[in-house]
Design a protein around this ligand. Structure first.
Ligand code: ADP
Length: 194
């Protein structure tokens, strides 16, 4: 299983990704979690990333590419994974195609079509997202930052939905429902022979 979880901040991708990864015994790789760990550990990367995260801006692509490349080369990422929060921009998606085809040993092709990849989008309306994020209370969950994150999502990440739809790799799920219902629908859509 090679899954990308997309969706706006607060859509529940982290929760669902964690649950399904545990169920399917594959790693849940969250770039947000990795970045927050770097901030806490005060690494170089963490120090560079923190101001972007606090403002609700995306951390520069180059930093993410290094993080993801290193993580995808770990032994536990060989047979499958759920990637949560990456790719988030068109350049990140293009980079990821190249990386994936290398990791796969498919060599050469950068269309991404040969890769056994599916991209899940969890769709949730903005008013629901804002309410959810305000009640979560993470450091970057204040109203101003939330608004900026939603705007950045619409501008930079939403275009990826079309990108994966055009490649017939998109699985779209309504995320504005009870958590268990969303999990059940994801399981149905992703396991089996679809
Ligand atoms: P959310 O999706 O709820 O905003 P995440 O934990 O996925 O939360 O991300 C938190 C922050 O980490 C983002 O606002 C952004 O600054 C940074 N970040 C995470 N993933 C990426 C990425 N792929 N590219 C750029 N920045 C990222």
């Amino acid at each position: 299983m090679q899954l990308i979880f997309m969706g706006p901040p607060g859509a529940g991708k982290g929760t669902q990704a964690q649950l399904l990864a545990a169920l399917w015994k594959i790693p849940h790789i969250s770039t947000g979690d990795i970045l927050r760990a770097c901030v806490v550990a005060k690494t170089d990367l963490g120090q560079k990333a923190q101001s972007y995260m606090d403002r609700g801006e995306l951390v520069p692509d180059e930093l993410l590419m290094d993080i993801v490349q290193e993580r995808m080369n770990q032994p536990d990422a060989k047979s499958g994974w759920i990637l949560d929060g990456f790719p988030r921009t068109v350049p990140q998606a293009a980079f990821f195609d190249r990386l994936l085809c290398d990791v796969d040993g498919a060599g050469g092709s950068n269309s991404g079509k040969d890769c056994d990849l599916r991209a899940v989008n969890l769709d949730v309306p903005d008013n629901v997202l804002v309410t959810r994020l305000l009640s979560r209370g993470r450091q970057d969950d204040n109203e101003q930052t939330i608004r900026r994150r939603l705007q950045v999502y619409r501008e930079q990440t939403e275009p990826l939905i079309e990108f994966y739809r055009n490649r017939e790799q998109l699985v779209a799920v309504d995320g504005d429902r009870e958590m268990q219902e969303v999990t059940a629908e994801l399981q149905k859509a992703l396991s089996g022979d679809s």
